[in-house]
Write a protein that binds this ligand. Sequence first.
Ligand code: GTP
Ligand code: MG
Length: 199
Amino acid sequence: MIIRSVEFVKSAVKPADYPPAVLPEIVFSGRSNVGKSSLINTLVKRKRLARTSSTPGRTQLINFFEINGSMAFVDIPGYGYAKVPQKVKAQWASMIETYLTTRETLTGLILIMDIRRNQGPVESAFVEWLARRQIPAVLVLTKADKLSRAKQLDRQRLAARAFPDVSAEIILFSAKTRLGCDDVWKAIERLIEVKPGSS
Ligand code: GTP
Ligand code: MG
């Protein structure tokens, strides 16, 4: 994908604050600190477009970005280990569920998982929920640079077994080495059927 323009549009909490639903939208989801914001930055070749941090819970709002004037990326808070009070977690969960269930232009979800972590019941339940809602999902195992190539492939096979109903390949990714960047773009293009170079 040739990146001609990348723009932060706005942050929002509730639907009234979302930007107009015009462009096909891809949302990036996963546990806190897994590397969602880093993955977005890697895809669009910007170091600090989406804010990242070594402290879980960096992203606290729904952040909308516009790419090439032809699609939108959405960065959302992570689930799980955020060092935030239970009450805030519940607010985030409801904010994200509202987004996922009401956004008409939502076209696909990139589910990002740490390659070193076993996929647990939270991920399985989420994948099932997405399937029921007919939200297409692409699975990405990130931080692949932390493992040898052989271990990466082992983890990929294990993930495929954990999600037997996910027909698409599970993509190995690293924000550090850019491994898998082209594969994630291809998956996004398939989701939104935008051909490279078109707008
Ligand atoms: P929240 O917004 O807090 O939920 O986090 P996030 O999922 O957006 O994660 P973020 O992109 O902020 O990255 C979290 C930490 O992981 C940062 O310290 C990143 O530098 C690091 N990180 C992200 N991706 C990779 C990767 O592919 N490889 C390595 N080695 N580190 C990564
Ligand atoms: Mg983030």
